[in-house]
Design a protein around this ligand. Structure first.
Ligand SMILES: [Zn+2]
Length: 675
């Protein structure tokens, strides 16, 4: 017999697997997502999200499922319809962006052609690796491969703002080289880590075989890959260490980079990468680069051929024929994160179109679903949140006037990006062919790499967007000192113009407050109003800040993620601080937005209760245990349940709204408070 949950799931999937003509509507506060049998003062997450968790089992292609992922998937389904239409129209009826994205999508959906091509799309690169005559030729080849193979092959090379002068874009040489998600996977000695390393060896071997290496050689090849990557992992910074901007900033003259390496010809690499020549670069992790150099000297050429082959195939596998896709899914999604099935082809194709031609696709999306009125409402909300922060800075009793003045300057200089870019990216030079999916991916990735490298030495473009408009996410960029809210995060159920303001200010207002606070969390506070890494704190105020930040990290360190794994609260500190102060800013902003209005209860909840339930409901989620374990090591965010149940005990307005009593789990005697 099929369980009711499975039957529901099957029905849901049948309904889900079609393009959508309109975005579906879920209200910004969904009473059905709640579980009113739970006591809000004991477990507010269960009270706000219990119904959602029961009604939203994790789809088989997902490793976790939550309100953001569900909204993003609905966006994908809507984009699917737009892309099918763009693919079907005659050329004369299509705009240039429609032609580009339509053909890209069509080539991707042609699974027969993809399967027929097998490993052919990477054959020339595999041959080039095999043809290497000496290690001295490695740099030239890697420079070319890095145009479309990511920085997990040896190291990363790209461009970003200078920490010293945020108006300038400089070259960044960053640590990389690993096929597993983090250094800790190579170095931890518990049974689970050992089992994962074993599974990784099997996966590398399997992938090498698929690429044409004979079985026996492939097993030895996998050990070679593990040996090299383990050495590189040992020399890599931990996730926590990387949160310190000073630890990843090393102004290095290009001549020192060249001279510092015995085994890698940086002059060849830099010349062949196509990057403009530069006097200096930022080396994020010098110790990593030194170890890479030692390994290059130590390991023989055939070992490097195997290593390069692995990373080339790993990076291309999702775009190659079915056996490659299955192998890649089997390890990276199933073993590491617990997903049960490869996502349907349409979903992957829409995602890739969004990733590679996102601002062409985004134009079509925005025109359909993001009216100027929504952008206007979001602008107003952001202004109220910023005004709330200004008041909070003034009211702080632990910060002196000097630091307060600099904090105000930073707040006033914060620029925001809302909805979509003013100027759309021009993809006219990306060649898209209907019968060549893997080629389209390689050309689109090359276009993006070249675009990034071309910025080196140029003034920064402060109007550029990093996320695409349908993206359901938000960010704060310390070097830009700006907040970013794509259209996707400003639509229902996150921001719902059809209902009262309370849930929307709790939810999206909380997100705006969260992003703003990233400019003032333990990491962001080290950057100034211009986005430069410059200390604007008096020594005493910095100490007072750290004392209060410690309250937050001590609190979250007590919470369990899964098994016996606790939250690594040194890793999540910035996010936890942003959550805490973010909700306070949202509360103040909501009070400003509704000043003088008489607010009515709805759905059996007071306006204040609606604010908090709205806030919690962004975080409704179900997660697979494998994914929770991976995130405990790599994700700077605490698990969703603790982002609610760790947060509200610090907010006295919450206890008041639900009449919670001292001593109950959602009430803390010594609440943490920073801002
Ligand atoms: Zn954040």
């Amino acid at each position: 017999m099929i369980s009711p949950a499975l039957a529901l799931l099957a029905l849901g999937l049948l309904a889900a697997d079609r393009p959508l003509a309109e975005l579906p509507y879920t209200p910004g506060l969904d009473p059905a997502a709640m579980d009113r049998s739970a006591d809000p003062c004991v477990d507010f997450y269960a009270y706000s999200c219990g119904g959602w968790q029961k009604r939203n089992p994790i789809p088989p292609d997902q490793s976790s499922w939550n309100v953001y992922a569900k909204t993003a998937t609905e966006n994908l389904q809507f984009l699917w319809g737009l892309l099918e239409a763009a693919a079907a129209k005659a050329d004369a009826e299509r705009t240039p962006p429609e032609r580009k994205v339509g053909d890209f999508f069509l080539a991707c959906m042609d699974e027969k052609a993809v399967d027929a091509a097998g490993a052919k799309p990477i054959a020339a690169d595999l041959a080039a690796i095999e043809a290497l005559k000496s290690k001295a030729d490695l740099a030239k080849l890697v420079a070319r491969l890095h145009l479309y193979v990511d920085g997990r092959m040896l190291f990363g090379f790209g461009s970003s703002q200078s920490f010293e002068n945020s108006d300038e874009v400089v070259a960044w040489v960053s640590a990389g080289g690993l096929g597993l998600p983090d250094r800790d996977y190579y170095l931890k000695d518990d049974a689970r880590s050992k089992a994962l390393r074993k599974a990784y060896l099997v996966h590398v071997e399997e992938t090498l075989v698929l690429s044409g290496v004979p079985g026996k050689k492939a097993a030895a090849g996998a050990s070679t890959v593990m040996r090299i990557e383990k050495a590189l992992a040992r020399a890599s910074l931990t996730q926590v260490e990387k949160r310190d901007p000073k630890a990843i900033w090393h102004h290095t003259p290009t001549s020192d980079l060249v001279r510092g390496s015995r085994s890698f010809r940086w002059t060849d690499y830099l010349a062949d990468s196509g990057a403009p020549s530069a006097d200096w670069v930022n080396v994020t992790e010098p110790a990593f680069l030194a170890e890479l150099d030692r390994q290059l000297a130590k390991e023989p050429l055939p070992a490097w051929k195997t290593y390069l082959r692995w990373h080339l195939v790993r990076s291309a596998a999702p775009y190659l024929s079915t056996p490659f896709q299955k192998a890649s899914f089997g390890f990276y999604a199933a073993t590491l994160r617990g997903a049960k099935e490869l996502a349907p082809r349409w979903k992957r194709c829409v995602r890739w179109t969004d990733a590679d031609l996102g601002e062409a696709l985004g134009q079509v999306f925005v025109a359909r679903v993001f009216p100027p009125s929504v952008k206007g409402d979001a602008d107003t909300m952001v202004k109220f949140v910023q005004a709330s922060m200004a008041k909070r800075i003034d009211a702080l009793d632990w910060m002196g006037p000097e630091t307060k003045k600099a904090a105000h300057e930073k707040l006033a200089a914060m620029k925001n990006k809302i909805g979509y870019p003013d100027v759309w990216r021009d993809y006219s030079t990306v060649r898209v062919e209907r019968g060549d999916f893997a080629g389209n991916i390689a050309r689109a990735t090359t276009f993006e790499t070249r675009r990034q490298l071309a910025k080196i030495g140029k003034p920064v473009d402060r109007s550029e967007w990093g996320m695409t408009p349908p993206t359901v996410n938000a960010s704060y960029e310390p070097s830009m000192n700006d907040m970013n809210f794509p259209a996707g995060v400003l639509l229902p159920p996150l921001w719902d113009p059809r209902i009262d303001l309370a849930p929307g200010y709790g939810n999206t207002g909380g997100t705006v407050g969260h992003e703003l606070i990233h400019g003032f969390d333990d990491e962001g506070r080290q950057f100034d109003a211009r986005g430069n890494l410059r200390d604007w704190w008096t020594e005493n105020d910095a100490k007072e800040f750290e004392k209060r930040a410690r309250c937050v990290s001590d609190q979250y360190a007590q919470y369990t993620v899964i098994d016996d794994i606790r939250i690594n609260s040194q890793l999540t500190m910035g996010e936890d601080i942003a959550d805490l102060a973010g909700i306070l800013l949202a509360w103040d902003a909501w009070k400003m937005a509704t000043a003088g209005q008489k607010l009515e209860p709805r759905d059996g909840l007071t306006p204040e209760q609606r604010f908090f339930v709205g806030n919690a409901q962004w975080a409704c989620a179900n997660m697979r245990p494998e994914d929770m374990r991976m995130r405990a090591m790599t994700d700077p965010h605490s698990p969703p349940a603790w982002r609610v149940n760790g947060l509200v005990p610090n907010v006295p307005e919450f206890a008041k709204a639900f009449s919670c009593k001292a001593g109950q789990p959602m009430v803390r005697e010594n609440a943490c408070r920073i801002w």
